[in-house]
Design a binder for this molecule. Sequence first.
Ligand code: 1GP
Length: 255
Amino acid sequence: MIENNDNKLISRLVSTFGYKRFAPQFWLLVDPDKIKESSLHLLSETAQSLGVDAILVGSSILLRSPVEDVIRIFKANSEIPIILFPGGKTQLCSLSDAMLFLTFLSSRNPRWLIEEQVLAASDVKSLGIPTIPTGYLLFESGITTSVGFFSTTPPLPRDKPELAVAHGLAAQFMGMRALYLDAGSGAKKAVPLKIIKSVRENVDLTLIVGGGIRSPELSANYAKYADVVVVGNYFEEEGKLDKLSEFAERVHSAR
Ligand code: 1GP
């Protein structure tokens, strides 16, 4: 670190923005292909009052519903922030409040490391979508999730927190603002808590955790270390939306 402050430009360039810890948030992932029409309308009217802090919209593969149709319904009925979680450049929408500009750091496939980002960049700029530069890490989860299939290279192992930390630090030093630790949608096993704890202890980035989280208790455990807990798949099942506020409360009161 430069101490005598002789070169203000370099001093400023090497200083970090500094990670700031806010109260933990609970985000709901909405997959436009999977959400039922009735749930979509209900959620757009109630999610915010039930404690959901933001809606993530995206999918590894989008077969049917355009992202925009889903976002329009939320925008018509609530003020809840909508954040894109795009599986590729076809999932952009100017109505969203922000997007996770993702780099699939645990993959070794150039398509997800840089090609998709280059293809999307001009559209992101012309649509004026605020970007959150985010490193994305996929962990082994007991099944091949869709995102795992598309990544084409192995996910991170569950028993090597040091590898997760090294990827997180790389994201931090590359100037990213957030790190998404994911087991993939519908994962059989969620990301091990000890991994989240190690990353929290070593990496100064906003930590987003998701994939296979199916209980308020587990959400609360993650929220002790992570900044954002994401749940999607669980709420796609019949009758589960009643539990939304319990998940949100447990996350909000975790620390
Ligand atoms: C997937 O982290 C998200 O990328 C949410 O996972 O759908 O399993 O909750 P679930």
